[in-house]
Every structure is written in structure tokens, then in C-alpha cells.
Design a protein around this ligand. Sequence first.
Ligand SMILES: [Zn+2]
Length: 162
Amino acid sequence: MSLVAEYKITRTTGSCGPCAHGFAEGEEFTTALFAGGESFERRDFCAACWKETAEAYSYWRSRAPRKDEKKRENPMAVWAFFESLSGDADPQRKKLAFLLSLTLQRKRILKMAGTRREGAREFLELEKRPDGTRYSVEVPDIKDEEMAALREELVRLLDSAV
Ligand SMILES: [Zn+2]
């Protein structure tokens, strides 16, 4: 049976999708994104419910914050989602890949190695630290009014500001 069909879609981030177990402070869980239509669905899985699935567009390890802990960015989430998006030809996803590449450059996980043009299209050539893996990211045409929506989408999917 399809994993997607096994349970109701929930956007609650504090509990496991399949078994509804609420995550304890500091508990590790897996977050997976599933591609569906225009957007992605984010689902969280406790250790017992998670199995790697080819259906997941992208996934990463998360940890439930402790009560006194401020919510922080999860660099693993940003990286995992960027890596999945980087080979995607979908125009909307290219925009997300570009925004995440800016975050990763700011975090010095990606380093700018140059730019390249192909007709009217421009690409950033990026290098991952420390292993030097190359990524080519198209510079998309993002309208001002689109930007806020794209950022909100990333916050919703990654559960952190980017
Ligand atoms: Zn579970």
C-alpha cells in the first residue's frame, strides 16, 4: 500500500503522522516531504514508523526542541531539500532551489565558484564544502510579490526560517 494513502494528511509538526505519537522534548524523528501537485506535503515520522521510502521527495532527521530551547534552523533539512531540488526541472522548484542555495552560501556550506550563461538563462556554479561537489543552480526570475510566498513555503516545509 502506498505510504501516502496510509494515513490522513496532517501538518502538525509535533507528532508522528502514522501513529499520532507526540514527540517528547529532544526526541529524534524523521521529516519527509512528498511531492504532490503544485506543492509538497510535509510529514513527520517517529523512529518506529519511519522506513526509507522511494516515494519521499526528500527527508532528513529532526529533533523536537526542548521547552527552553529556541527553534533553530536545521542545516540538514536545508541541505537535504536543496539536494533533492537541485536536479529538478520544474520551474517552481527551481525557485526554491535557488533560495535554499542562498541560505547554504550564507552558511558557508556552498561556495560560489562562478556563473555561467546559456542564452538568456543564468546559472550559479556552486561548490560544496569540504568535498568540492559541484552544483549548478539556475537564477530564476522571482517577482517581488512571489518572494514572500516562497519564503513562507520554505518555513512551512522545513519548520524553520531560512
Ligand atoms: Zn509513529
